[in-house]
Design a protein around this ligand. Sequence first.
Ligand code: NAD
Ligand code: ZN
Length: 342
Amino acid sequence: MQALVKSAAGPGLVLRDVPMPPMGINDVLIRVHRTGICGTDLHIDAWDPWAASTIVPPLVIGHEFVGEIVDVGSNVTDFRAGDVVSGEGHVVCGRCRHCLAGRRNLCASTIGLGVGRDGAFAEYVVLPMTNIWHHWPGIDPEIAAIFDPFGNAVHTALAFPILGEDVLVSGAGPIGLMATAVVRHAGARHVVVSEPNPYRRALAMRLGATIAVDPRERALADVAAELGMVEGFDVALEMSGVPGAIRAAVDAMAHGGGIALLGIPTQEIQMDLNAIVFKMLTLRGIYGREMYETWYKMTVMLQSGLDIGPVITHRFDHREFDAAFAAARSGESGKVIMDWTT
Ligand code: NAD
Ligand code: ZN
């Protein structure tokens, strides 16, 4: 089968023929239809310090996908050939305290699809049956391809009560953009998006932002005052990982507010904890998706009118992976999709 492979330590990827992935009795074999490019894939392609210390080549990369089941292991009874599915990209241990309690997203021994095991940028991918999400009828196949990052957005957006609240989304990458649509759908009053990139600010407005501001040009307190907020933001979704953005979010919060942290900082961040103490803020780290409450919520919100369609801005044949990665890297993009059916 064809697969996009990190073949050796160093920058770059190659599309090449690799053996079909081996399948165990608890596994499901999926013919991949479409995949989404994640920042993680860009890091692996570029071979940055994180990738160099994490990835062991050769590795088939990629974890955002939709496809169709073609075979199931002998232990698998819940799924059958023809089912349209996506995969939860975190393969958990199943045996630790949290896994046994059903809190699988808290597993400390998670292995990432396309990071710690061969991934989904390929014609076929294998996953344990416990990692399969069977899409409900009517879910758009392109949206299904990005359920993994959509899940990051939903998990973060719903970390604190949203109805009627004033929400700050800091960072309008694909995940911040989807989170903007989610909090709008969930009944936020004002959704302020802070994002230096004008292309992404424009997308944020399409996805339901009240206002999208350039943090280099406008202070958040200013925006809050203009919108008539009483004290500051009730909820912030930190989706940039940028130190200045995190500090700005803390400064802009109302007393008792909640900050959900999804963005992954690439450096240590110095912070004045006094603001957190005296404003009595709650900071919550978010990693991945809840299995499978987040997947359920994604599905039912789409069924009840949530539209994240505008986040998909580019589509490529998988053979054009160089152009697809360039589009994702450029910042002049939302989500970039590759087609593996051709
Ligand atoms: P992205 O890099 O495309 O988006 C980040 C955005 O932040 C960019 O649009 C950038 O212009 C913007 N930004 C830069 N400086 C800013 C500032 N000062 N204020 C506000 N915004 C600023 O990433 P993404 O794919 O949308 O993912 C968002 C973040 O979440 C990344 O940090 C990513 O690594 C992380 N992530 C976390 C998880 C998790 O499970 N915790 C999963 C996936 C991604
Ligand atoms: Zn576990």
